[in-house]
Design a protein around this ligand. Structure first.
Ligand code: COA
Length: 226
């Protein structure tokens, strides 16, 4: 199960964990993290080629000039990632052609159908959608997701958004505790069609955070390395 509840780790957040905008060179590490941590979502869509499909999509988005992906690093190692989207994003390439090139037309078509079941729908003008939150299993319970969430919330404020939103599966206790701890509140639930069979989850909760109420991080995103 994604995000099984575990007891807190013995360590304080490592001081060298930082968030920054992702660059194209991060695409393989981001894809590996997403394929592993969000396997319940991506395996039904992409099958065994999930890392390849995700890497192609991440790379295309970064190279297209969109700045939605954030990574958490410790030294040179990428230990977590998250993604932010808004209604006004530019530079996000159409994902079907990218996917077709990466995994072929039949799998791209299938993935489109499967992932449309999880789509968040159109975003409001003042809304920032947080997705793809994933932390390397070896680095969990050490504040990495907290660092990422602070960064994406600050990014959302910087883009003029007043609400951060996300959908989380109902049985993802770890993620729900993370979001509730940051002030996100459940505003709606929906059942997932075929959810148990496809994703191992029967429903999802929509959570909102009012960004003007939430505490701000100490600093904005670091610039990506040249
Ligand atoms: C959910 C996830 C992102 C949390 O990452 P993390 O770096 O371990 O989170 P943090 O260390 O910043 O934890 C912050 C708080 O979240 C809550 N939390 C995190 N993991 C938890 C767990 N396994 N059980 C219970 N609460 C948890 C706690 O309140 C924690 O604060 P505390 O450690 O002071 O008690 C990580 O477990 C993960 O990658 N899971 C798989 C992918 C996933 O489910 N993503 C979310 C999709 S919506």
């Amino acid at each position: 199960m994604i995000g099984a509840v575990s007891s807190p780790g013995p360590h304080a957040p490592p001081p060298d964990v930082r968030a920054r905008a992702a660059v194209a060179a991060d695409a393989p590490a981001v894809a590996a993290l997403l394929a592993e941590s969000l396997g319940e979502k991506y395996r039904p869509a992409y099958g065994p080629r999930a890392p390849r499909a995700i890497e192609a999509l991440v790379r295309a988005e970064i190279e297209g000039g969109a700045s939605g992906y954030v990574v958490a690093t410790s030294g040179h190692r990428v230990v977590g990632t998250a993604h932010l989207s808004t209604a006004n994003d530019t530079g996000v390439p159409a994902w079907q052609p990218t996917l077709r090139r990466a995994v072929g037309a039949p799998r791209a078509l299938w993935a489109g159908v499967v992932l449309s079941l999880l789509w968040h729908g159109p975003l409001a003008a003042d809304e920032a959608y947080v997705g793809e939150v994933a932390v390397d299993p070896e680095w969990r319970r050490r504040g990495v997701a907290t660092t990422l969430m602070t960064a994406v919330e600050d990014l959302a404020r910087g883009r003029g958004c007043r609400v951060a939103s996300l959908w989380v599966t109902l049985d993802n206790a770890a993620a729900r505790a993370l979001y509730e701890g940051r002030g996100f509140r459940e505003v709606r639930r929906r059942r997932l069609p075929l959810g148990r069979r496809l994703f191992g989850a029967g429903g999802m909760a929509l959570m909102h955070l009012r960004l003007d109420d939430a505490p701000q991080g100490p600093a904005g995103l670091r610039a990506a390395p040249a």
